[in-house]
Ligand binder design. Structure first.
Ligand code: GDP
Length: 376
């Protein structure tokens, strides 16, 4: 990713005088993959019983929490069985946090913002967990988001827990693991959860489906295309914040704020009854962070009063139930060994016009259902 065009910082362009942004550092190896490998290699370390994990989590033990999250992320069947039991047992203790989604293109200042806002929260006695959904981590085998080196101060804060994006599987699978990790973090006593994602694709929709508040970070004068922000993402945002409002970029940021505010007026009213706000901040200089926090609190007050908060969480729970069914059906189907060969053969028949796509699909599905029955 580094050196790739999408990673160039637009602020370094001559037209933004006074702002100079360093290239990001190359990412170390995937954090989670390593931790899973270490976990699996360490034969002496026996798995705990689900109850022992739950007890550790409820006591706020971060090591136990991390181990349980590794089980959630593992593809091994025996790990998944324990993980599901832990999640079920933690569920009654979950749900009490405020879940905030944070998105924006690479370079907009997400990690700087999370560090600044994170410190603001922990200084006030809050406990913050930072999770990430990084769709590129599977391809690049390196997670862009949630890397501890990016949030140095926060990662050494005892009241903050930073967990990088799960790296294996489909976006839906990665997102589901993050959704499950939220439950464990809440049971461990974290009252604010940040979920970070890069604003370049489908991942925002996934994040949106698991948070109470969705914050979009933008840059002044970069143009929507440059920022890769689609209208749909702006529509999802409960607040837009123009970051890097400092030095001689303050005026431009203010102009951008007014422009985005006007643009939001053209969108249909939200179901929540909330008017999305547009703010400016400087994550680097910790300016405007308090106003953003107040805005989030204002939103929560409104939607808790009008019932939308619970309504949205219910809808999200339903969404994740169906999402998990879809995921499971798909993976069961495609992982069926006999079907794998058969599917390839049928594909050739469809290409050779010996069989229609629909008949091929129906016969494959019939075969799948039959094999399920025989297994019973
Ligand atoms: P991310 O890729 O979205 O996580 O962005 P980073 O937080 O890594 O920030 C990218 C670059 O922008 C870094 O060089 C930061 O120091 C810089 N940056 C972040 N926030 C600000 C800000 O508020 N003002 C200025 N001037 N620079 C910032």
């Amino acid at each position: 990713m580094i050196g790739d065009k999408s990673h160039k910082h637009v602020e370094n362009d001559d037209q933004y005088k006074g702002l100079n942004v360093n290239e990001g550092v190359a990412q170390p190896n995937t954090f989670n993959e390593d931790s899973i490998k270490r976990f699996l290699k360490n034969k002496r370390k026996k798995l705990l019983t689900p109850d022992a994990y739950v007890e550790g989590i409820l006591n706020g033990n971060i090591t136990t929490l991390s181990q349980a999250v590794t089980l959630v992320e593992s593809a091994k069947k025996e790990h998944q069985e324990i993980a599901q039991e832990i999640i079920t047992k933690c569920l009654p203790y979950s749900g009490k946090s405020l879940r905030i989604g944070i998105t924006g293109v690479p370079g907009v200042g997400k990690s700087t913002f999370i560090e600044s806002m994170g410190k603001y929260i922990t200084k006030r006695g809050g406990k913050l967990a930072v999770l990430a959904i990084d769709p590129s981590s599977e391809r690049s085998k390196g997670s862009i988001l949630g890397d501890k080196t990016r949030m140095e101060e926060l990662s050494s804060d005892p009241n903050a827990y930073i967990r990088p994006s799960p790296s294996a599987g489909s976006l839906g699978g990665v997102a589901r693991k993050t959704r499950e990790t939220i439950v464990l973090c809440e049971a461990a006593g974290f009252d604010t959860i940040f979920i970070e994602t890069v604003g370049v694709g489908q991942s925002e929709t996934m994040v949106h489906s698991m948070v109470d508040f969705f914050l979009l970070l933008m840059l002044a004068g970069a143009g929507d295309e440059l920022q890769g922000i689609k209208r749909g993402i702006m529509e999802m945002a409960d607040a837009i914040t123009i970051n890097k409002a400092d030095g001689n970029n303050i005026e431009k940021a203010e102009m951008a704020r007014v422009q985005y505010k006007n643009a939001l007026h053209l969108f249909p009213p939200t179901d929540s009854g909330w008017n999305p706000k547009v703010l400016t901040c400087s994550a680097f200089h910790h300016i405007g962070i308090d106003k953003i926090w107040d805005t989030i609190q204002g939103y929560v007050d409104l939607v808790k009063k009008n019932g939308y908060f619970q309504h949205k969480r219910n809808e999200q729970s339903k969404f994740w139930m169906y999402e998990t069914i879809n995921d499971r059906l798909k993976s069961d189907f495609y992982q069926n060994d006999a079907l794998k060969t058969m599917t390839k053969g049928f594909e050739q028949k469809v290409l050779g016009e010996e069989m229609s796509s629909f008949v091929a699909a129906r016969e494959l599905l019939d075969f799948y259902y039959q094999s399920q029955k025989n297994n019973k």
